[in-house]
Design a protein around this ligand. Structure first.
Ligand SMILES: [Zn+2]
Length: 179
C-alpha cells in the first residue's frame, strides 16, 4: 500500500487541472518520485501520450468516440469508485488498481476525462495544433462551437503572421508577373 501515492493521484486531474482542493497540480515532485519513491522514467508517459494522440487527431466526434472506446477496451480496467482508503471522497477511476503505475493512471484518467468531455459537449474532446512547427495537442476550454485550430494564442499568432507574409510575397510576385 502506498497511501501517499493514492492520495496524490486522487488529487491530480488529467491535463494538470487545478484540483478541487485548490492546489496547483502537475508539480514536478509529484512526477519525479512515485508512491514508493521509485524514479519515474519519461518513456512510459511518452508511450501513454502517444496512445492518446489519435483521440486528439480524430476527425469528428464519431471517430474520437471509437478511438476512445478502443483505448478503454484495451488499456484500462473497468469503471470503479474509490476513496483511496478514505483519503478522498468517492470518485471514479478506470486504472486497474489504486497503486497502478503512474503512466497507467495517466492514460486511464485521460481516457476517463476525454470520455466525459465528449459526452458533455457532444463533440470531439480535443485537437492537434494545426501549426506545422508544433506537435501539441489541446483541450479547448469554455464555450464556443467554432472549431479551434491552434494549441495556443502563440501558435495562432505565429501562423497568422506567416500567412500574412506568404500572402504579401505572393502578391508582390503576382505584381512583378503582371507588370
Ligand atoms: Zn501549437
Amino acid at each position: 500500500m502506498h497511501p501517499r501515492g493514492g492520495e496524490e493521484r486522487a488529487r491530480q486531474g488529467a491535463f494538470g487541472e487545478r484540483s478541487r482542493h485548490g492546489r496547483p497540480q502537475g508539480e514536478r515532485g509529484d512526477l519525479d518520485t512515485g508512491s514508493g519513491g521509485e524514479h519515474l522514467g519519461a518513456q512510459p508517459f511518452r508511450e501513454a501520450a502517444g496512445a492518446l494522440r489519435p483521440v486528439f487527431a480524430a476527425d469528428g466526434v464519431d471517430a474520437a468516440a471509437l478511438t476512445l472506446n478502443a483505448l478503454l477496451a484495451e488499456r484500462t480496467g473497468p469503471l470503479r469508485l474509490t476513496t483511496h482508503g478514505g483519503a478522498s471522497p468517492w470518485h471514479p477511476h478506470v486504472d486497474r488498481d489504486d497503486d497502478a503505475p503512474w503512466a497507467e493512471w495517466f492514460l486511464a484518467s485521460s481516457c476517463l476525462s476525454l470520455a466525459v468531455l465528449l459526452w458533455d459537449r457532444g463533440r470531439a474532446p480535443g485537437g492537434v495544433c494545426a501549426s506545422a512547427t508544433c506537435e501539441d495537442v489541446f483541450v479547448p476550454l469554455g464555450g464556443g462551437r467554432e472549431r479551434r485550430r491552434y494549441c495556443s494564442r502563440r501558435c495562432a499568432t505565429r501562423e497568422r503572421v506567416a500567412a500574412h507574409r506568404r500572402a504579401g510575397a505572393a502578391g508582390s510576385a503576382q505584381m512583378s508577373i503582371t507588370r
